[in-house]
Design a protein. Structure first.
Length: 226
């Protein structure tokens, strides 16, 4: 059994505790804790929600619509922050290794979604040789609808600018907004059957609950070790 995603993320934080300037680490920790504290009052996407039509931008050009995603059955969307995000570079390859093969065998699309502009998202797809789809959510349109968008706090903005770039320059969006990492399973009826939002981006959805949600939805008898 491979190491869990959240153990990998915990190891990342432990390395930061060893190597980061304490003041910089404190800014990062406080931002994540603030999002956790605010989560109960947020209207996050949840199971049972019906989704209106949406379009994502393919890296290769063109659009990927909700109708196309669920034309033959359910689909799984994984929202991540941006191509250079260290935690995302653990999470997305993990989903590629541990979730994508099972979903592909069921004929179910797995799409990693970020607001970053398509030409900059190519980096993460090529770096990890991803076979899952990577798509751009322009202006966080879908993420905003799902209630998962957050904005950098003032300390985080200052820390980013001290390094030379605001996140809007990195993503190409021109804003300080990013999606909180989220996994959703959407049925062919456009209803959400599973949703897990991670306000702390160093704690993310594991693979097994996603597989169980999809299996319950499609009635699969396939067994898989994860």
């Amino acid at each position: 059994m491979s190491e869990s995603l959240n153990q990998q993320l915990a190891d990342l934080h432990a390395e930061r505790e060893r190597s980061w300037d304490p003041a910089a680490l404190a800014v990062n920790v406080r931002q994540r804790q603030r999002l956790v504290d605010e989560a109960p009052g947020r209207g996050f996407v949840r199971a049972g929600d019906s989704l209106a039509p949406f379009d994502l931008l393919k890296l290769e050009g063109g659009t990927l619509s909700l109708d196309a995603l669920v034309s033959d059955g359910p689909a799984v969307l994984v929202f991540f922050r941006f191509a250079g995000c260290p935690a995302c570079n653990l999470a997305i390859p993990h989903y590629e290794r541990e979730l994508q093969p099972w979903l592909r065998a069921q004929g179910i699309p797995l799409v990693a979604v970020s607001p970053q502009v398509p030409e900059r998202l190519i980096e993460i797809k090529e770096r990890h040789r991803l076979t899952l789809q990577v798509a751009s959510d322009p202006d966080n349109t879908l993420a905003r609808r799902l209630g998962i968008v957050y904005e950098f706090d003032e300390a985080s903005k200052a820390a980013a600018l001290a390094k030379g770039k605001g996140i809007g320059e990195v993503t190409g969006t021109g804003t300080w907004e990013l999606p909180q990492p989220t996994v959703v399973v959407i049925g062919q009826d456009r209803v959400v059957y599973f949703a897990e939002v991670s306000p702390d981006w160093l704690v993310r959805a594991e693979v097994q609950p996603v597989i169980e949600a999809v299996r319950a939805l499609v009635g699969s008898e396939v067994e898989v070790a994860v």
